[in-house]
Every structure is written in C-alpha cells, then in structure tokens.
Design a protein around this ligand. Structure first.
Ligand code: PLP
Length: 428
C-alpha cells in the first residue's frame, strides 16, 4: 500500500509544494496532507484506506455529498455525449434558466469555469459599465487570484502571511481600495473620497475566507445605499455562499433583513458546478448588455459552459430544490455547531461558532469576530492541535483556521454524533 507520505514526497518532486492549490499542503497546521483516493456520501478515503467525515466538501461544491446517484447519472450520460464542443448547447440555457429562476436579482448570466474567472470578469464588467477605474474590496475577503483582487485576501494567503502576492505590480492593485470588513465609517469615508471614481464594491456577504464572518445588517445596508447614491455597482461574491447558505443564496437572506435589498452583480461558483469546473456571474439586462459579443467588455472561454460541468451543476441544483432540503441541511449544520459550543463550554475552552444553511465556522475565541484583525487573534497552536486530534479521529476539518466548513445532505445523525464525540476528546 502506498502511504500519504510517499505520495507527498513524490508530489513535491513534480508539483510545487506537492499541491495544485496552496491550502492543500497543510502548511498552516503542519503534518502530511492526506491524498484522497475516493469519496462516498459524507466520507472521503485517503490513499491508506482511512475514512474521514468530510467537512470540506471540495471547499463547498459537494452539497449533496460525494457520488450522489442522480448527479453521477447525469454526468455519465453527458460525458458519453461529448466532453466539449466550443459551440452552444441546450444545457447551458437550462442551467442559466435554473440559476435565474432562483436568483431574481439577475436577468442574465454568463457561465465560466472558475470563481476566479467569474469575479475577474465581474470587476471588468463593472468598470466597463460605469466607465470608472476603482473598486472597493475588504480585508479578509478572497475573490480568487486575479492580480487586482490579491490584496489582503485572507484564506490561503493569510496562511502564508502574505498581505498580497509577489508578482502583482503596484500598478495592478493601484485601483483597489481595501477597507475593513463591517466598518461603516471607513466605507463612508472611502465613498466621500473616491465616490466618483468607484466602479463597484465587491464583498463576500458571509465571508468564508476568514472562517465565517457575517456582513452586519448596517454594513450591508450602507454598502447598498452608498453604491446607489454614488452610481457604483454592488457586486456580491456568492462563489461560496451561493446555493449553500439558502436556496436563494445569501442575497435572499439579506433581502429578508433589509427591505428591497438586491446586489447589482452576483458571482457564483462551487455549488452550481456540483464539483465540476463551473462558475457564473450575472446582473440585470442593462448591465449584461455591456459584455461581448453585445458590448465592449471582452470575456470568453474555451471550456465555458462545458457540457459535462453543466450536467453536473444542473443535477445538483435540481436536488437542492427538493422540498425540505435546506431545512434539513440547516438543522444538521446547526446541530453540529450547537454541539461543539456545548462541548467547549463543558471544557472551559473559549469558543464561538456560527452557521447559515450548510456553511459553518468556529473560532477558539469567546465571541464571534467581526473582521479579519480579530480573526487573526486566534490561538493558532491550539487550533492546530485540535485540527490534528480531529483528523486522527477521522474527522476532516479545514486545515487552516481561516477557512469555513461545509456540511452536506449526506451527513447523517451518526456522522454528527461521531464528530461531537471526537471533539469532546480533542477539546479535553
Ligand atoms: N470567491 C470566493 C468567495 C471564494 O471562496 C473563491 C474560492 O474559494 C473564489 C472566489 C475563487 O474561486 P475559484 O477557486 O473557483 O477560482
């Protein structure tokens, strides 16, 4: 049997750091990354045959768990019909229609292959539609690895302690205004100073790249009002939260809290591809008309709207619309979060946790943080010990304290019970 260590050693010879996306390398928590051989429902199995309850779910997409029969059937059928044509297919229309039906703030969507592409294109669209250069992003929010967005971007970057990336020129980031998350005063000051030059504000409505930090209602309200007042567009990056925190995504959650709330541009990824490379951005028709081939904002992709990926995404979106799906998923996630809180309290461990739909976060901090600076005050050594104790017990949490967690519809009562039993031992 090949071991994880052997595979990691082999991988590091041919792939930088042995991984194709930095957080997979376990640098933040130390130890050897597990090489995953297969997944089944709520579980993943490593190369050594060890089973883990999976709370990463490919960082969000696997909302149905691994190998859901309906998704598998749709993907197999689509693959047999052809992998890629570079010409339009009916399934792209079906997926666009499905997404638009669930997110009424958009009239049209453009399908792409990754969240990075989608946010990059959304920023270009906002700049093209407004004719303005600057945009606001928030510290700790990650919007993919486009140059202009790699400024104080949390998550994998936070793990490496880089406020930004080498290879990004000052010019590429010169029009990026970075502010503190949940800070209304800074937002007002930035609009007062740059209002006429701002194309958009881009924000994770629930920031999942600094663990799990909600945009407060006053903060979201201020973003909406200031954008409208100054003619800037509000871009909600729902790559992580989309179809994950609610069927209508985070924007439906905020629309309940803020009357009339809607973003101008929305960005999706992860769940809409069901584990295949697929993402999208969309807006009202007037804004989308600026995109090529209709307008002057260029955007394209050889594999955009890929037939196999759209089949996977469609099958996934159909499953999550079944009656009671989100109620059950939310309840299961809530049970996990409540259980962890109770165990931490029993053991006198400072702890806070939150969840929405099938997304959760926990902190070894007495209160839920409101911004990146506070998230960073977490005791990393303690988190890392907890992570490894859980991993040894067969519970696979995100290997960095800056990451959110994900529960799938395949997680059973027994899985939650096993997780809480492991946490009881680990937190002791
Ligand atoms: N936006 C958010 C909120 C994300 O969480 C991510 C990835 O985790 C991205 C954008 C980038 O997506 P991708 O990794 O598919 O390029």
């Amino acid at each position: 049997m090949v071991t994880n260590s052997q595979l990691f050693e082999r991988a590091t010879r041919v792939i930088p750091g042995g991984v194709n996306s930095p957080v997979r390398a376990f640098r933040a928590v130390g130890g050897t990354p597990r090489f995953i051989a297969r997944g089944e429902g709520a579980y993943i199995f490593d190369a050594e045959g060890k089973r883990y309850v999976d709370y990463i779910g490919s960082w969000g997409p696997m909302i149905l768990g691994h190998g859901h029969p309906a998704v598998l059937e749709a993907v197999t059928k689509a693959a047999a019909e052809g992998f890629s044509f570079g010409a339009p297919t009916e399934r792209e229309i079906e997926l666009a229609e499905e997404i638009l039906k669930l997110v009424p703030s958009m009239d049209q969507v453009r399908l792409v292959s990754s969240g990075t592409e989608a946010t990059m294109s959304a920023i270009r669209l906002a700049r093209g539609a407004t004719g303005r250069p600057k945009f606001i992003k928030f510290e700790g929010c990650y919007h993919g690895h486009t140059d202009a967005l790699l400024v104080k971007a949390g998550s994998g970057l936070a793990t490496f302690g880089h406020p930004t990336s080498a290879g990004v020129t000052p010019g590429a980031a010169a029009d990026t205004v970075v502010l503190e998350y949940n800070n209304v005063e800074q937002l007002e000051a930035a609009f007062a100073e740059h209002g006429a030059e701002l194309a958009c504000v881009i924000v994770e409505p629930i920031a999942g790249n600094m663990n799990f930090v909600r945009a407060s209602v006053p903060f979201m309200t201020a973003m909406r009002e200031l954008c409208t007042k100054h003619g800037a567009l509000l871009v909600l990056d729902e790559v992580m939260t989309g179809f994950r925190v609610a069927l209508g995504s985070a924007q439906s959650h905020y629309a309940k809290l803020i009357p009339g709330f809607a973003p101008d541009i929305s960005v999706f990824g992860k769940v809409i591809g069901g584990g295949m490379p697929l993402a999208a951005f969309g807006a009202r028709r007037e804004v989308m008309q600026h995109l090529a081939p209709l307008g002057g904002v260029y955007q394209a992709g050889t594999l955009s709207g890929n037939p196999v990926a759209t089949a996977c995404g469609l099958a996934t979106l159909r499953e999550i619309q079944k009656p009671g799906f989100f109620d059950a998923l939310s309840a299961r996630t809530q049970q996990l979060v409540d259980g962890l809180k109770a165990i931490a309290a029993e053991n006198g461990v400072p702890f806070s946790a939150d969840s929405e739909g099938g997304m959760f976060g926990f902190f070894l901090l007495p209160e839920l943080p409101q911004n990146y600076t506070t998230v960073m005050t977490t005791d990393k050594e303690r988190f890392n010990r907890f992570f490894h104790a859980m991993l040894d017990a067969g519970i696979y949490l995100a290997p960095a304290l800056y990451e959110a967690g994900f529960v799938s519809a395949a997680h059973s009562q027994a899985d939650i019970d096993a997780t809480l039993a492991a946490a009881r031992t680990a937190l002791r």
